[in-house]
Design a protein around this ligand. Sequence first.
Ligand code: ZN
Length: 224
Amino acid sequence: MSAQPVRDVVDLSHPLDDDTPVYPGDPVARFSPATTIDEHGYNVLHVRMGSQTGTHVDAPYHFLADGARIDELPLELFLGPAVIADVRGRAPHTAITWADLAPVAGRLAPGRMLLLHTGWDAHWGTDAYFDHPFLDGEAAERVVAAGVRTVGLDALSLDETVLGGEPAAGFAAHFAVLGAGGVIVENLRGLDAVRSTEPVVSVLPLRMTGADGAPVRAVAFDVG
Ligand SMILES: [Zn+2]
C-alpha cells in the first residue's frame, strides 16, 4: 500500500508569545532577541517560559513523583485517532460529567484520544478564560477505564481553575489520567474547524529531558 497524503490539516495550537495566558503562578512567557541580523548577522530568539505554557501536554510526572517524564513516554500517546466530544455551551466552572460524554462513550477505546470541545478557546486572552468548564473526576475515571490514555481540551486545565486556591475537587481528573500512565493536552483551540468525526490528531511534545510537560504544535488531519 502506498502512503496516502494528509488533508484538511487544522491547527489546534494557540500562538506562543509574551501575551500567552498561563496557569496562575506559572512563569510567564518572555521572548526576546538573543541576536539580530543588524548586530550579529543572524536572528536567534531567547525563549523563556514554563514547561506548561500555551498548547501543551502534561506527563504523569506533573503530579506524580514517580510518574513518567515527558521524554519517557511512548510516542503513540501523542499521535492517533481522536474522538471529539461536543460539550460546548456550559456555564463557567461547570463540571463535565460522564453523562455529558454519553454521545461518544461507545467510541472510547484504547489507542483513541478524547478531546473535549468546550468552546472555551473563544475566551483566550480574557479573564473569562480562567472560568472554564472542567472534567469531573468520576468521568475521568470512566474515560480511563474505557482504555483512553490521552485526554485533551480547549481550555486552561482538565480540572477546575480557582484563582488564589485549589479547586474544591482537587486535581481528580489529572490524577485519574496521569495515574493511569496517560497524558493530558491543555489549551487546544480550533476544534470547531475539524470536520472529520474521527480525525488523526498529533500532539507530539518537545523532547525535553526529564520534564513534567512540554509545548506542542497540535494538529488534526485526515489521511487518504
Ligand atoms: Zn498542563
